[in-house]
Ligand binder design. Structure first.
Ligand SMILES: *Cc1c(COP(=O)(O)O)cnc(C)c1O
Length: 370
């Protein structure tokens, strides 16, 4: 068996220990005589799996008691519609901050369900490389004070722009507007104060587990604002009242997520992950900055700890770079097709050794081609 260094943006690398445990339990989950995939979601075995997963996620993120944790389907793109369907029933106004490809998608989708206003944007449409490299200054945000919510994307997976500091809604005079955040690609990568948000959501396939699962953390008082046409399977109140089992949940994905939560606890929790993630990111950004050969365009104060896009200054070398990477077992380094260049995703499950090896390759390639 050979395992590569997988720098893919998602579905992404998972902790090897988790995959090994899942393999060992594949045919017979802890004496049940069944695979988790074969279990009734209402049987006592699976009920214990989902309860433990929720408890561990609550512990890892210190989720306050007045928040519901929902395990849903449809991924984060599904949530782009599910959120307005659930929140714009009484008040149609929703404000969004545009910091990259994913917030752009959220804005476009939400516009189908409500009165959507882009309160700030850092888009530079004219830029050849790096259309999004900053977060607009919070003082310049034009948020409607009567909006049902303000939506941000916490980490722009494609553009590599991350909120390393959250906006202070009180200081903005927006105490009454709940802040919603897409945390698909940085959930559990560092401590996040859930109480600052009305809603946090993300697809699982970056930092949690297999695709097919979306995690939603929502403040209870926001469960009563759905539009009449909101589908039952995506109706937060219905999902909450049924313990994420109104419909059959993605059971196997929840099981793997639970194993990842256990693994994170064994690593020391999210504060310990943050220290590791900062060390990995610093190593990689320092290597890029120190060379005249590679470039990352993102402003330092919002460089993502999870997704590091970069360009070779001589883009005619792109193919040679990727071929050499592949030959050394570094996979999925090609940047998203919409931005080009390269991207190294260095999620929780990417080891420091993996990043060190990549940095070694960056230097080696520069030496032989620079
Ligand atoms: C990957 C990603 C999505 C899309 O997730 P799907 O599971 O494909 O719906 C949305 N937002 C962000 C920030 C992402 O990284």
């Amino acid at each position: 068996m050979t395992r590569v260094f997988n720098f893919g943006a998602g579905p992404a690398v998972l902790p090897e220990a988790v995959l090994q445990q899942a393999a060992a339990e594949m045919l017979d989950w802890r004496g049940s005589g069944m695979s988790v995939m074969e279990m009734s979601h209402r049987g006592k075995e699976f009920m214990s799996i989902i309860a433990q997963a929720e408890a561990d996620l609550r512990e890892l993120m210190a989720v306050p008691a007045n928040y519901k944790v929902l395990f849903m389907q449809g991924g984060a793109i599904g949530e782009n519609a599910i959120i307005p369907l659930n929140l714009l029933g009484k008040n149609p106004k929703a404000d969004y901050i545009d910091t990259g490809s994913w917030s752009g998608k959220s804005i476009k989708e939400a516009s189908r369900y409500g009165d959507v206003h882009v309160a700030a944007s850092s888009c530079r449409p004219e830029a050849k490389q790096g259309k999004y490299t900053t977060i607009p200054a919070v003082a310049d945000w034009r948020v409607r004070k009567d909006a049902a919510y303000l939506h941000i994307c916490g980490n722009e997976t494609i553009d590599g722009v991350e909120y390393l500091q959250w906006p202070d809604m009180d200081a903005l005079g927006l105490k009454g507007v709940p802040l919603f955040v897409d945390v698909s690609s940085h959930i559990l990568s560092r401590p996040m104060d859930v109480s600052q948000f009305g809603l946090m959501y993300g697809g699982a396939q970056k930092n949690i587990g297999p695709a097919g699962l979306a995690v939603v953390i929502i403040r209870e008082d926001l469960l009563e604002q759905a539009q009449a046409g909101c589908p039952s399977a995506f109706h937060y109140k219905t999902v909450a009242e049924n313990g994420s089992m109104y419909n059959t949940p993605p059971t196997y994905s929840i099981y793997i997520a639970g194993l990842v939560f256990q693994w994170l606890k064994a690593q020391g929790g999210v504060a310990a992950m943050e220290a590791k993630n900062r060390a990995k990111a610093a190593l990689l950004y320092d290597a890029l900055d120190a060379s005249g050969f590679y470039v990352n365009h993102v402003a330092r104060e919002c460089r993502s700890l999870m997704n590091v896009p970069f360009f070779l200054r001589d883009e005619s070398l792109n193919d040679a770079f990727l071929e050499g990477a592949k030959a050394r077992g570094f996979l999925q380094l090609k940047g998203h097709k919409s931005v080009g260049g390269m991207r190294a995703s260095i999620y929780n499950a990417m080891s420091l050794e993996g990043v060190q090896a990549l940095v070694g390759y960056l230097k080696e390639f520069e030496k032989s081609h620079g």
